[in-house]
Design a protein around this ligand. Structure first.
Ligand code: NDP
Length: 291
């Protein structure tokens, strides 16, 4: 298949030569399939070409219907999904991947990610490497991997992950992991790029000042910061006006001083789950998910 161009949108080139739109659309916490379908159709018609779902979001059916009904050809879209913890291991991962394809009504994925680095993720990666070589996945990657887990994976695999999708927003910037990713050719993909709508972040006075200068909003300034850092960013919203707002970030540019203002907001404190927390790991390993 030839390289996709995504209507000329900015892209990031992954370590296997595949381009991914730099700005995509996340669908976590859109539980209802119909709401998800309508929301993703709105996003695609707004211009988003990359959709980020996961088996555990329980909305792959809605995403699949949106892809069918959006009016944009499937091959002009970049669709990502993720392998859930309960499906780790070589055989289980292959079956889970096929279930994901079936729910999405697709015959290939642009990207497939390990959702959390627990259990037999090395067995899963072997399955993903095979699916990649068979052309059923165009790029494989991981989420929530620490440097230690990335090293563990590297020691037992032939493919370096194309992306590492991690919690990353101005409040929690994971600079050490950013550097590791960069030095190893892994694209950093922030999840919760707006801090999941964190009120302190969206009401930050320094960000408001920058936003006023460009007649933009604080979320737009934050998304612009992500893009200028070179990240692949996936804001989520079910609100039509915000879906448009979050896409409307290609007509202004932050100065280096303004980039530094955003960088200075880092507190090194997570808003969400810590991959290294043993309690969280146990919870994930024993979570009961019917997917
Ligand atoms: P965001 O950081 O984009 O935050 C979404 C929240 O912010 C929603 O409550 C939304 O409200 C609100 N919001 C969005 N845009 C605006 C705006 N312009 N102004 C004010 N509020 C706004 O997203 P997520 O936390 O969902 O993370 C993004 C994506 O990352 C997820 O959807 C998922 O695809 C992925 N992810 C991956 C994880 C992983 O482990 N791999 C973990 C978490 C997320 P509303 O919808 O009501 O408009």
């Amino acid at each position: 298949m030839s390289q996709k161009t995504y209507a000329g949108q900015p892209v990031v080139r992954l370590n296997n030569g595949i381009d991914i739109p730099a700005l995509g659309f996340g669908v976590w916490q859109i539980d209802d399939q119909k709401v998800c379908e309508d929301t993703v159709i709105k996003a695609i018609r707004t211009g988003y070409r990359m959709i980020d779902t996961a088996a555990i979001y329980q909305n792959e059916i809605g995403v699949g219907k949106a892809v069918q009904n959006s009016g944009v050809k499937r091959d002009d879209l970049f669709i990502t999904s993720k392998l859930w913890v309960q499906d780790h291991g070589y055989e289980k991962a292959k079956k889970a991947f096929q279930r994901t394809l079936d729910r999405l009504q697709l015959d290939y994925l642009d990207m497939y990610l390990i959702h959390w680095p627990y259990g037999d993720f090395l067995g899963s990666w072997k399955a993903m490497e095979e699916l990649y070589h068979e052309g059923k996945i165009k790029a494989i990657g991981v989420c929530n991997f620490t440097v230690e887990k990335l090293e563990e994976l590297k020691a037992d695999s032939t493919i370096i992950p194309a992306v590492n999708q991690i919690e990353l927003h101005p409040i929690f910037q994971q600079k050490e992991l950013q550097v590791y990713d960069r030095e190893n050719g892994i694209a950093t993909q922030p999840w919760s790029p707006l801090g999941n709508g964190n009120a302190d972040l969206l009401n930050n006075e320094a960000l408001k000042t920058i936003a006023e200068k460009y007649q933009k909003t604080v979320p737009q300034v934050i998304l612009r910061w992500h893009l200028q850092e070179g990240f692949v960013v996936i804001p989520k919203s079910v609100t039509p006006s915000r879906i448009e707002e979050n896409f409307n970030v290609f007509d202004f540019e932050l100065t280096e001083d303004e980039m530094n203002v955003v960088r200075s907001l880092n507190t090194d404190k997570r808003l969400f789950f810590d991959p290294k927390d043993p309690e969280w790991e146990q919870k994930m390993l024993h979570s009961v998910a019917d997917i």
